[in-house]
Each structure stands twice: as C-alpha cells, then as structure tokens.
Design a protein around this ligand. Structure first.
Ligand code: BYC
Length: 315
C-alpha cells in the first residue's frame, strides 16, 4: 500500500517536471531502466573509441591526427561521466563492466561496422555524432539529475566532434574526384546504420512508452530519427553527395522528408552479435580488461596504503 502511494507521488513529481536525485525514493523499475540505458550509453562511448582508434596512426596530417586524438579522448571522458552517473543508482563499476564483457549489456549497434577509409572518420563525425547529438540534447532534460547533468557537457563536446567530421568530408568533397568518391562511399555505408542508432520503430520499441511516462525519454525513437533525417538532407546537399535512399522525398503535407524502408533484420542481427565487427570489438574490450588488471591492483594497493596512512595520522 505504502509502495503504491510512493509510486503515485513519484509520478506526480515527474509530471510536475521535477528532477529526481540519487537520495530520492524511486521505483525499482525506474532504477533498473536507468541503469540499463545509462550504462549502455557508457559502453557505447568506450566501444565507440575503437573504430576511430583504427585511424590515429593513419590520419592524413598532424592537424587531423591531433583533432582525432582529442575526440577519442573526449569519448573516454564521456564514458567516465556516464559510468559515474550509473554508479549513483547503486551498482558498481566492476559489475557494469562485467555486464558488457559477458554480453548482458548492449552497446550501440553503430560501432559494429568497420572504418575502411579516412572518409569513414568524417562520416562518423557527421552522421554518428550528429545522430548522437539529436538523441542526447533531449537527454539534457531527462528526469534523472546525474544523467541530465552529464549530458550537458557531453553534448557540448559532441558538437565539436560533429563539426570536425563534417569538415573532413567538406575537404574531401572539394578535393579530387577520387576523394569525393570516397566521401560518397562512406555516406553510402554509414547512412542506414546511423538511422538504426535511434532504435527500433516505436511500434516495436519495448521501453519507449514507460520511459516517456517517466520522462527518461522525452521523444520517441521515430520522432528523433525523423528530426535527424530532416536536418541531414540539407547538409548532404551542401557537401554535394547523395543520400543512398531513392525514396527520400520532401512531403509538403507532413512537413518532413519521407524515407525508404530501414532493414530492421540487419539491425537485429547486429544487436544480437552478428554484425561485421562485434567479435573484434568484444575481443578488444576483453583484452583491455585483462591487460589492465595490474593497473587496478596497483590503484587499490595505493588507495589502501593512503587510507592506512590517513588513519595513522588522525589517531
Ligand atoms: N543499438 O525499447 P527500445 C555514442 C535495444 S552514441 C543496440 O527502443 P530504449 C557515441 C535496446 O537497448 C550511441 N541496441 O530501447 C557517438 C533494447 O534492448 P534491451 C549511444 C539497441 O532504451 C559518437 C531494445 O533494442 N547513445 O555513444 O527505450 C561517438 C529495444 O529498444 C539500439 C545512447 O545510448 C541500438 N542502436 O531506446 C562515440 C543514448 N537501439 O536493452 C559514442 C541513450 C535500441 O531491452 N540511449 N536497442 O535489451 C537511448 O536514448 C535509448 O536507449 C535508445 C533505445 C534510443 C538507444
């Protein structure tokens, strides 16, 4: 009875637009949904460093290398803010990491595709970070305080990432015919997977309805996907390359672009672990965990020594 009352009060608080903080009472399902979403987001940031890391040694100039290094470093930072936000919900970093390594927790489908040419680094910045911004600007107003605050800084940095990616493609598109072709090829391969980042269609989305009631999500998967498409068409026009969708057409009545059928079979295959790079990505994360064991042990030994020293000094 008391539980039902608390849930009612909680929902009223959400409806009034109040922010939920870690010490507030919250329903167990709200906590679990947040742990799932924020940790999957954190894992995505960390796994997302891998496809780009592939090009650090091959960046075409020092300027490009420095910008790419900075971007990848930012992503490690985003992972850390998000893991910290998740820890406020009563789960440890170790547990979160084990969920990733055992496949219990997902990470974004987009990072299971390979980066075959330098133009892919441009396409990731433009499309993947672009899609991430559309999704994440909304999350700066999500109902859970620590998540919302982490998103504010993340969005500022993502916006720099999106621009550096677009600028890479702009240079290629203003370059030789072969360079422009490289940019077109990257757009052809990254367009559809970028649309899949927003998640399954609303009708098939398991969590959207409840997450919107709790104001964890403020817009649905389809709404955000449509917003991204409308925004991106004009940017492709400026680049002078063609979005690989023959059905893409302005719909005057809807005030939006209509677009072609997304291959949801491909999406679910990738989500289930059968994408082009799933195994490679997980092997890289497992390797980093194993090779990092001595760092974790050293950090714990140092912390224990410091704690003992502090106690000795206070008594
Ligand atoms: N990939 O009920 P639904 C970035 C899963 S950007 C894999 O609609 P929800 C970055 C979903 O987890 C990328 N799985 O779920 C950018 C659920 O399965 P479970 C990360 C996906 O949570 C540049 C099932 O499908 N961004 O990090 O309401 C550089 C049903 O879906 C995907 C975020 O995580 C997917 N694309 O909505 C570096 C943003 N989509 O969990 C890094 C925060 C869905 O029940 N997250 N699934 O087993 C969100 O906004 C929401 O979680 C989503 C999905 C819109 C992604």
């Amino acid at each position: 009875m008391q539980e039902i009352n608390q849930e009612k009060l909680f929902q009223e608080k959400i409806d009034r637009g109040e922010v939920i903080e870690p010490r507030d009472w919250l329903p167990e399902k709200y906590r679990k949904t947040l742990i799932r979403q924020i940790s999957q987001h954190a894992h995505s940031e960390i796994v997302g460093m891998l496809p780009e890391g592939n090009w650090i040694t091959r960046a075409p100039s020092l300027r490009r290398k420095v910008a790419l290094l900075a971007k990848i470093q930012d992503e490690a930072g985003h992972g850390l803010y998000l893991y910290s936000a998740t820890e406020t919900l009563g789960i440890t970093r170790e547990e979160l990491y084990q969920q990733l390594l055992t496949g219990k927790a997902k990470y974004s489908s987009i990072f299971n595709y390979p980066t075959l040419t330098w133009a892919d680094i441009g396409a990731i910045g433009w499309l993947v970070d672009g899609a991430a911004i559309v999704n994440q600007v909304m999350l700066t107003r999500t109902s859970y305080g620590p998540y919302a605050r982490a998103m504010v800084r993340i969005c500022k940095e993502e916006s720099f990432h999106q621009r550096q990616g677009y600028e890479i493609l702009l240079s290629l598109c203003n370059g030789t015919e072969v360079q422009k072709q490289m940019a077109q090829d990257a757009l052809n391969r990254w367009w559809w997977p970028s649309l899949m980042m927003f998640g399954p269609p609303d009708a098939e989305s398991t969590h959207t309805e409840q997450s919107m009631k709790w104001k964890i999500k403020l817009k649905s998967n389809d709404e955000l996907r449509q917003y991204f498409i409308d925004m991106t068409v004009e940017q492709a026009r400026v680049l002078g390359i063609t979005i690989p969708d023959p059905d893409l057409k302005w719909n005057e009545e809807r005030g939006h672009y209509d677009f072609g059928e997304i291959d949801w079979d491909e999406f679910w295959q990738v989500v289930k672990g059968h994408g082009p790079c799933n195994k490679e990505r997980m092997a890289a994360r497992q390797g980093a965990w194993d090779e990092g064991a001595w760092v974790r042990e050293a950090a714990v030994a140092y912390a224990e020594k410091q704690a003992a020293k502090n106690i000795a000094e206070t008594v």
